[in-house]
Design a protein around this ligand. Structure first.
Ligand code: CAA
Length: 259
């Protein structure tokens, strides 16, 4: 098991649990967190024994944003030359296997954006989402203006970005930002159970289903539908597809090979 400075990683059967662990900074996302998450997600993606991942924070905060103290001392040229924030897209969003964000407490700025990089968000009733960057004289930089707008529509995204106001769990569910709300005390157990259910599916099919739904965000309808058909056709070539359909006919659970 790898050990990290800013996150905790454990494997529970086929599910990897990653916990953000910078309580002194409400899990603010600094360069080290990105490096640690990049390594943990790459290891997860590469490990055939791991089939779903849950990313969570603490009771008080999933993550309170990019690390303001780290950013405060950087010059504009540093942000540009480092292509600051690009690693999130390259290393975290690029994960091909499914992962869930289990959010309690604050998910602000980069924290909200990190949650939105997940395949879906399960929220505790204590979850609070927001893009307060405007109060710092900046704007979202890890995808918030795009993903929040696609998730909740222009009116709410615009209001949240312009005022910095937070959205509670109820409003987040009503608006389509999160898939479900659970009592805070049940959050982790519920997310792990959901992850285990996904991990029990034919692995290639989970990867393809994820890719397909993401296409709806990334392409036009015509291209998305074409890609969906081709990906569907790709899955018909797997041994697990033959097994899955045979198992249905024989009224028994399928036994997956992952290919
Ligand atoms: N970066 C660095 N440190 C942070 C932080 C952040 N984003 N958020 C909280 N912390 C630190 C605080 O500085 C404080 O540290 P000290 O004890 O050393 O003072 C510690 O975490 C605890 O925080 P608070 O005392 O502020 O806790 P609170 O309960 O009073 O308030 C809060 C909680 C409302 C979330 C408040 O901490 C807050 O407003 N945080 C900043 C939220 C924010 O602006 N996020 C956006 C960041 S910019 C961004 O993310 C850019 C992007 O698009 C990627």
């Amino acid at each position: 098991m790898m050990s990290f400075e800013t996150i905790l990683v454990e494997q529970r059967d086929a599910v990897t649990l990653v916990t953000l662990n910078r309580p002194q900074a409400l899990n603010a996302l600094n360069t080290q967190v990105l490096a640690d998450l990049s390594a943990a997600f790459a290891a997860y993606d590469a490990d055939p024994s791991q089939l779903c991942l849950v990313l969570t924070g603490s009771e008080k905060a999933f993550a309170a944003g990019a690390d303001i103290k780290e950013m405060a001392s950087k010059a504009a040229a540093d942000f540009f030359l480092e292509d600051f924030f690009s690693g999130w897209q390259k290393n975290v969003v690029a994960t091909r296997k499914p992962w869930i964000a289990a959010v309690a407490g604050f998910a602000l700025g980069g924290g909200c954006e990190l949650a939105m990089m997940a395949d879906f968000i399960i929220a505790a009733d204590t979850a609070k989402f927001g893009q307060p960057e405007i109060k710092l004289g900046v704007a979202p930089g890890m995808g918030g203006s795009q993903r929040l707008t696609k998730a909740v529509g222009k009116a709410k995204a615009m209001e949240m970005c312009l005022t910095g106001r937070m959205m509670g769990a109820e409003e987040a569910e009503r608006s389509g930002l999160v898939s479900r709300i659970v009592p805070a005390a049940d959050l982790l157990e519920d997310a792990l159970k959901t992850a285990a259910a996904i991990a029990a599916m034919p692995p290639m099919a989970t990867m393809v289903n994820k890719e397909m739904v993401n296409l709806a965000f990334e392409t036009g309808l015509e291209q998305g539908l074409l890609n969906e058909r081709r990906l569907f056709q790709l899955l018909t070539a797997t041994e697990d597809r033959v097994e899955g359909m045979k198992a249905f006919v024989e009224k028994r659970p399928g036994v997956w090979k992952g290919r």
